[in-house]
Write a protein of this length. Structure first.
Length: 454
């Protein structure tokens, strides 16, 4: 690939990631707008139960600064709603919002509880909450909150009471008490917010994400479509590097259309494997972009095969190159530890102890492309889980391949030699794995054999 194509590929991947973020954000906002609003247009939580033996329950001060919101009049675009009722039918509820200093002066030497942490998880917006309180001790009795005049917004009385407040700059505290200021607060409260522009913002993000996605896909497509692959002459595809050749025969004939080479280059440095993960950081960075592009190309190719029965040659060569790059990095590192020669930064074949080539298929099944990469490959995916491990946290197990590589590395560290039988088994597991990868990547209709050897 030329420098210009590489730059286009990198920017295409970056734009793709941005587009996915825009699409996700827009989708979430549109879902919130359509599913979580009440009849008044507020996005409202389920009822939160507050029960404390003190005189008041307050929120942690909210420091709101709207001085930078010069483009939009935010205080008219965002409205907060607090709705609550007293569980003691003999008492009314008081709900008020006031400046932090005024509330502190009012509750000075008064026992009250401050909500310092209010957690809402994915389902909690509808199904509950988790609150942490800080108790402020005191022995004074407060005046009834209804007698104070510093409240920015307030409501009180029996039954359900509601306050609605447009955002303003300042340090604000929400206070919930009994209407008469008596000890022991047992109330149910629901919080809500109205953002009239939420639908427009969600739609804008969604449209922007779609446009960015189209641009990203086009940039990736045109940056990889001209990728050069080995030339076919007389029905033979040159693998390169090792002087071997892979026949481009019809599907179902001859050897499997993947050639995976790995030449053990001894002597190997006994301790080098301990830091190869660090040395490969530049490769990991590049491979991140390449694999994002690989996935995009895979989707494009799926539809191309579905409608034409052909894998676009330039896209095919690019994805083979990504697999080749991945195998070289893996062979150098912890997929095999087969060489100390640093992997080249190229998609091209040849010139390295590890290489990979796939015979280009002239025709692929249109129907098979819909099922082979997930349904038909399930038996192999089970084997891959055994080879490479799966699961998360304490439930994760390390794959057999990595166990054998570590075992070989320890032997290498103390003896300076790579056990040949271990190497052959590890290479067989890699060969099996890359056959499955080629099949799942839609590069062949030949079902991968259940064996380690060629």
């Amino acid at each position: 690939m030329t420098a210009g194509r590489i730059v286009a590929l990198v920017f295409g991947v970056i734009i793709l990631l941005i587009s996915l973020g825009l699409l996700f954000g827009g989708g979430v906002l549109l879902w919130v707008d359509s599913s979580l609003k009440d009849d008044d247009g507020y996005i409202t939580t389920r009822t939160v139960h507050l029960d404390k033996s003190s005189y008041a329950i307050t929120t942690y001060p909210a420091d709101i600064d709207l001085s930078m919101a010069w483009l939009l009049d935010v205080n008219e675009l965002i409205t907060i709603k607090v709705e609550g009722s007293n569980n003691n039918s003999a008492k009314g509820i008081f709900i008020g919002i006031a400046d932090e200093d005024a509330v502190k002066g009012y509750l000075e030497d008064v026992e009250y509880d401050e909500v310092v942490h209010f957690r809402l998880h994915a389902t909690d917006w509808y199904y509950g909450s988790d609150l942490d309180y800080r108790n402020h001790l005191g022995d004074a009795v407060p005046a009834a909150p209804t007698s104070e005049t510093f409240w920015q917004e307030s409501a009180h009385g029996k039954g359900t009471k509601t306050i609605k407040w447009d955002l303003e700059t300042g340090n604000w505290v929400l206070v919930v008490m009994n209407e008469d200021g008596s000890l022991g607060v047992d109330v149910d409260v629901a919080l809500g917010v109205k953002v009239p522009l939420i639908f427009g913002m969600g739609l804008g993000l969604l449209i922007g994400g779609i446009v960015a996605l189209i641009i990203a896909v086009l940039m990736i497509y045109f940056s990889v479509r001209g990728t050069q692959g080995p030339q076919i002459t007389g029905g033979v595809t040159g693998v390169g590097g090792g002087g071997t050749e892979l026949a481009a025969k019809p599907e179902g004939e001859g050897k499997y259309p993947l050639s995976l080479k790995g030449e053990l280059t001894e002597p190997l440095s006994p301790p080098l494997w301990l830091i190869k993960w660090f040395l490969l950081i530049p490769h990991y960075f590049v491979l991140f972009f390449l694999w994002v592009a690989f996935i995009v190309v895979w989707f494009i190719s799926l539809f191309a095969i579905l409608f034409t029965g052909k894998y676009p040659r330039g896209l095919f060569n690019f994805n083979v190159g990504v697999l080749r790059w991945t195998w070289r990095v893996g062979f150098y590192s912890y997929q095999a530890l087969g060489t100390d020669k640093y992997p080249p930064f190229t998609l091209k074949e040849g010139g390295y102890p590890a290489d990979l080539e796939v015979a280009y298929p002239e025709k692929l099944s249109r129907g098979l492309v819909l099922v082979k990469w997930w349904l038909l490959a399930i038996p192999h995916y089970i084997v891959m889980a055994f080879f490479w491990g799966c699961g998360e946290g304490w439930g994760r197990w390390i794959g057999l391949t990595l166990v054998l590589v570590i075992f070989a590395a320890v032997i290498l560290l103390f003896t300076g030699k790579y056990h040949k039988d271990l190497y052959n088994i590890i290479m067989g597991m890699n060969r099996w794995s890359y056959r499955v990868a080629v099949y799942a990547a839609l590069m062949t209709d030949r079902y991968p054999p259940f064996r380690l050897n060629d």
